[in-house]
Write a protein of this length. Structure first.
Length: 496
């Protein structure tokens, strides 16, 4: 049976279609499947989210949804149609997500939910009677509109039981206080990635990583998908890539099972609320690829709520160079205003081959290999970013009466003109050049030995350099532009 989707109400950022009813459906364990199909067209300028209510009767074992939409040809320079999908159960669609049951964006054409199992990206559990809402996200709409077709199938019978989720432990054996390598932005089949969690765990170990963070787009379904994949050598953190229409943010290391809503824009003044929710759940707020050029990817919420910022995302590109420069500007502002500074980190954002897990990776000084210690190290900026596990850095500053400060720390000496020695030790960076960057810019550059292993020193004073950070770069491939990064440290601050 097919019907047309009718608009029955609107709001500033959401729209509700006419309800799909299964009131005439027979119930009981032997009742036949029931299917309804809804067709309609969303106009250009549609709200960000369109809800299709579905009245689910008692006795439903499984709800299955599939959808298609028209990809109308458009003139060059015009955005064509793109339609995301997800679902909320009988607990409603209010912000905060009590009723959230899954999201696949545009990665799938269909999904199912039942008590014992669900499509990756969706949350298994009983299909309770009541009003469910299929959430459609018209990401972009062509000038001619976005024609869609949604098919809902209800299957009746015994509901079965929902297995208790098994979440990763918060601590791995580790090496005590040490530098630990991690990649905190990864995608599996639970959102728009192609790798399974098992394949990601294997790739992480091959890349020399000690920890990873589960960060699927707008869902926490993968939090319970790592059973048997962690170990003494690999800590698995849980989180989410909160994918709004005004930028993406990694909720890093949140309590397992935490859902962070994404249905707002910067103009709605909601982000601060959800940033605080991430921190209440034990996680970090990390704006991802802030200068990415994909639609909706450019970060527009500012860094006021950030615990760290992803300045290097995947293979190094001009987008990362811009993000790095913006972050460096924020360091200058922090020095000028004596406000807290925001640390830098890097992640692969790997989705599929040939994306490399661990390119780049954040190397964190932590007291142990645990969620609490790793997130504390990232927040404090006791970390550097490397393109692979082959690259290692040691960086710090010393001066005055035997004082020393390492990455992310402050060196306080007696007087602004007290000499300070900055020292960088590098391994695994053949053909690269070391750069010392301050609040004035790059003030010292030195070529590393051909082996890629060497030590570089520079002398300065707090009045000449409010902070110093190190970059290790490959040779430039385009005249006038800097070479790609091989490694990058957070700063050491100098105070007289």
């Amino acid at each position: 049976m097919a019907r047309r989707g009718l608009l029955v109400g609107t709001a500033a950022t959401a729209l509700t279609l006419g309800t799909v009813s299964f009131a005439d459906a027979a119930t009981g364990d032997d009742a036949p499947d029931r299917t309804r199909t809804v067709r309609g067209t969303l106009p250009t300028g549609s709200p960000d989210y369109v809800y299709l209510p579905v009245e689910v009767p008692r006795g439903v074992r499984e709800i299955a949804v599939s959808y298609t939409y028209g990809k109308t040809p458009v003139p060059a320079g015009t955005q064509g149609n793109a339609l995301d999908i997800g679902i909320f159960d009988d607990r409603g669609t209010e912000l905060g997500g009590r009723g959230f049951r899954g999201w696949s964006g545009g990665a799938r054409s269909g999904f199912f939910i039942r008590a014992d199992e669900a499509t990756p990206g969706y949350i298994a559990g009983p299909v309770r009677a009541g009003t469910w809402n299929i959430a459609l996200g018209p990401y972009t709409v062509a000038p001619e509109g976005l024609p869609y077709e949604v098919t809902i199938t209800l299957r009746f019978g015994p509901t079965g039981s929902t297995p208790k989720p098994v979440y990763p432990p918060e601590r791995a054996k580790g090496r005590g206080r040490a530098w630990y390598r991690g990649d905190c932005h990864l995608h599996s089949v639970h959102s728009d990635g192609k790798r399974t969690p098992a394949e990601i765990a294997a790739a992480a170990r091959a890349a020399g990583l000690d920890f990873i963070n589960s960060s699927e787009h707008n869902t926490y379904s993968a939090h319970s998908a790592w059973d048997g994949l962690w170990g003494d050598d690999l800590l698995v953190l849980t989180g989410e890539e909160v994918t709004t229409r005004n930028g993406h943010v990694i909720a890093l290391g949140t309590d397992p099972g935490t859902f962070v809503d994404w249905r707002y824009r910067a103009r709605d003044n909601r982000f601060g609320h959800y940033a605080k929710a991430v921190r209440r759940a034990g996680g970090l707020v990390v704006p991802a690829h802030p200068h990415a050029t994909c639609i909706g990817c450019h970060w527009k919420f500012g860094f006021g709520e950030a615990d760290a910022v992803e300045v290097w995302n995947g293979a190094y590109t001009p987008e990362d160079e811009i993000a790095l420069a913006e972050w460096d500007n924020s360091l200058v502002a922090a020095v000028r205003t004596s406000k807290p500074w925001v640390a830098a980190m890097g992640n692969s954002d790997a989705h599929r081959e040939p994306d490399k897990v661990g390119l780049p990776q954040t190397v964190v000084l932590a007291d142990e290999l645990s969620r609490e210690a790793i997130t504390a190290g990232i927040r404090a900026g006791h970390s550097y970013i490397a393109e692979s596990s082959a690259v290692t850095l040691s960086f710090g500053a010393s001066g005055g009466r035997g004082l020393h400060a390492g990455i992310g720390e402050r060196l306080r000496v007696d007087g602004d003109d007290t000499p300070v020695t900055v020292r960088l030790e590098v391994t695994g960076a053949p053909g690269c050049t070391a750069h010392f960057v301050t609040d004035q810019g790059t003030l010292f550059t030195a070529a590393l030995p051909e082996s890629g292993t060497g030590t570089v020193q520079w002398r300065t004073t707090p009045v000449y350099a409010a902070y110093v950070r190190a970059e290790v770069r490959h040779p430039a491939t385009v005249p006038g532009l800097p070479g790609a990064l091989a490694a990058l440290t957070n700063p050491v601050f100098l105070e007289g």
